[in-house]
Ligand binder design. Structure first.
Ligand SMILES: [Zn+2]
Length: 310
């Protein structure tokens, strides 16, 4: 709980402010988050998941300084309601990658008229173990002293040093858990580490989650995460909406190129599929078959986005 409080507080939210949450989780996750909000001194306004009318009403009537939700849901709300002049100054996103992607974050900040920072945890170990500070340069380990982080190479299980720029699957060990502690728990989260000094003064290592190990595809020997594809495609904003759907042609992880990727256009947007394909090849070294689809044709999510169609 102390770790979660540190992670949320890193965002700049402070005692005396109020926060609207949209958690749908059971008592364990919701309880731990509630404890963390209490510890910071926040007034917690739970509205649950999937009731956007109620969320927007809560923002209008109760004038919270912050909201916490998944980045997909934050995008969904901003696409359907104009909240740019609301009381919300901070949008805390968690539950899936997205908040740390440059273009996606910019879109959320524009839509909400608020600063967006991300947090990350995992139910088995603890909620919001990591939280981004106002520098928006990766999530600090708020739960330092409570969990020990390691990196491994997902296939071999070999340890990777937690050095600046290192990438691998995050493995966590409980250090102070009293009942059923977990040792070297594989999170399946694929992260990139930053250890360079952060101007905020926090010394905990920072990470950015690039996707779930389970979502990873291997296209002619190259590891590709769907969220990384979305990040590259989003560079073509405002011509594209930022919604993508990867459509693997065969079951399993290994894919033969080209990898089909549906890219949704923004309202009135026009994009050159060849330019997007070239950019994907340049940044991710993946050969994609880019198919442009009209605005509104890819499914929106009120919880977590599905980036891969199986
Ligand atoms: Zn920082």
């Amino acid at each position: 709980m102390t770790g979660s409080a540190r992670s949320y507080a890193a965002s700049g939210i402070a005692a005396g402010q109020s926060i609207v949450s949209t958690y749908s989780a059971g008592p364990f996750v919701a309880g731990a988050a509630l404890g963390a909000f209490d510890r910071i001194g926040l007034t917690h306004i739970p509205v649950g998941t999937g009731n956007t009318e109620r969320l927007v009403k809560a923002v209008e009537l109760l004038r919270p300084q912050a909201v916490v939700m998944t980045p997909s849901y934050a995008a969904y709300v901003a696409e359907n309601y104009d909240l740019r002049d609301s009381s919300v100054q901070r949008v805390l996103v968690a539950g899936e990658p997205g908040g740390g992607e440059h273009a996606f974050r910019a879109k959320l900040e524009e839509g909400w008229g608020a600063k967006v920072t991300e947090a990350m945890g995992i139910g088995d170990i603890g909620v919001s173990l990591w939280g981004e500070c106002e520098e928006q340069d990766g999530m600090h380990l708020g739960a330092r002293g409570f969990v020990h982080p390691e990196l491994i190479e997902p296939d071999s299980g070999d340890a990777i040093a937690m050095e600046d720029g290192a990438a691998g699957e995050l493995v966590l060990t409980h250090l102070k858990h009293r009942a059923a502690p977990l040792l070297r728990f594989r999170t399946r989260d694929h992260v990139v580490v930053k250890t360079s000094p952060c101007p905020c003064g926090r010394t905990g290592p920072r990470i950015r989650c690039v996707g779930r190990t389970d979502d990873m595809l291997i296209v002619r020997g190259v590891n590709v995460f769907p969220s990384a594809i979305r990040e590259v495609v989003s560079q073509f904003t405002p011509q594209v909406s930022g919604h993508v759907l990867v459509k693997p042609t065969s079951a399993g992880v290994k894919q033969d190129p080209p990898l089909p990727v549906a890219v949704e256009l923004a309202p009135g947007g026009e994009a050159d599929p060849d330019a997007i394909r070239a950019r994907l090849r340049e940044v991710l070294v993946v050969q994609a078959d880019v198919q442009l689809v009209p605005w509104g044709s890819l499914q929106r999510s009120e919880y977590k986005s599905t980036l891969v169609q199986r």
